[in-house]
Design a protein. Structure first.
Lengths: 248, 96
């Protein structure tokens, strides 16, 4: 067994030696290859930009989920204040569920971020290599015309073939990775916008209405108590109506 | 000998380092046979690090052919199997 490095070397070498050998016009092949590298690199850049957009959307999701958590927490307090422990318990249960989803998404978001950073660094390296290839190919083209077409120009031709294969393969892999990251970011995004992660505070079910009612009524009571204090009526505050079944 | 890290560049390493790379390469191949992706990545990373820290970096516009080319550090197990079975990583639709 030749080992992985051995196989990889053999395969790459056989590919790039063919690439220039079979070319009718090596100069054209080199130019074409360079244009192709640039085009592909643009795709990688666009891909990275798309991932950034997807990540921004995720951040908005975090924020809205955090707001849900805060809101449910506030509702739980109010429910408790109103003597409705059942509702407070329900609100806290929902809060815990949202919180654990939020934690999961944040963790995935952080992994995405780390991968994206790597991809951006890789893209910069590739950019430098594509630029270097531009210079190299001009050197080789000059040698080809000096030695007349089809004449082997030895090591340098092998060298540039290797550069071509290297940059080509590296770009291809960067592109694949960008695409899979986009897919992943979109999947997380979809998860948060679809029913999988329910918006517990806006579902409008009965419990939700009751919680909202508590919130509203205690709001009203607060205001009332404040007003009473202002106009100097010393009545006992906060006789909440939370025990009654609210009708929407 | 001259070693290339895919997508990164070329390094010149001495014989002692080259021998070390051969050993590491065998371990990597074993990891692939054992279907151990973590060991595969670990091995590839060690290979690359050995080159980076012991080699002399060639300029980006150097056109020397390499004696060995090290696969990318995040090569998947699937890609590694393809490599060893002779299918190769690079599709034949490579630019003509």
């Amino acid at each position: 067994m030749p080992g992985l490095m051995g196989r990889f070397t053999l395969i790459l070498k056989s590919k790039f030696s063919k690439a220039l050998d079979r070319a009718e016009n090596p100069s054209e092949t080199l130019d074409y290859s360079y244009e192709e590298q640039r085009r592909q690199l643009q795709n990688v850049k666009r891909g990275i930009a798309d991932v950034t957009t997807a990540k921004k959307r995720l951040e908005l999701q975090y924020t809205s989920m955090q707001q849900q958590v805060d809101k449910l927490d506030g509702q739980a307090r109010q429910a408790l204040g109103a003597g409705r422990e059942d509702l407070a318990r329900e609100a806290l249960t929902r809060k815990t569920a949202v919180q654990s989803q939020l934690d999961g998404i944040m963790q995935q978001g952080q992994q995405l971020e780390a991968q994206q950073q790597k991809l951006i660094e890789g893209e910069r390296t590739l950019q430098a290599k594509v630029e270097a290839f531009r210079t190299q190919k001009e050197v080789i083209k000059a040698q080809y015309s000096a030695a007349e077409a089809q004449v082997r120009i030895g090591e340098a031709a092998t060298g540039i073939g290797e550069q071509m294969a290297d940059v080509g393969l590296a770009i291809e892999r960067a592109k694949d990775k960008t695409e899979s990251m986009q897919a992943r970011a979109n999947a997380i995004d979809e998860l948060t916008t679809s029913g999988a992660l329910e918006d517990y505070t806006s579902s409008g079910d009965d419990i939700d209405r009751q919680l909202a009612q508590i919130s509203q009524s205690s709001d009203v009571d607060d205001q009332l108590a404040k007003m009473k204090a202002e106009i100097g009526q010393g009545e006992a505050p906060k006789e909440l109506a939370g025990g009654e079944d609210p009708k929407p | 000998m001259i070693v290339r890290l895919l997508g990164e560049g070329q390094w010149r390493v001495d014989d002692a380092v080259a021998a070390r790379l051969e050993e590491l390469d065998e371990e990597v191949a074993k990891a692939v046979e054992a279907n151990d992706e973590a060991a595969l990545w670990q091995g590839l990373q060690t290979l690359a690090d050995t080159v980076r820290s012991n080699g002399e970096r060639l300029a980006d516009d150097d056109l020397s052919p390499s004696d060995a080319i090290i696969p990318p550090e995040d090569l998947s197990l699937e890609e590694a199997h393809e490599l060893l079975s002779g299918e190769g990583l690079i599709p034949d639709r490579e630019r003509a």
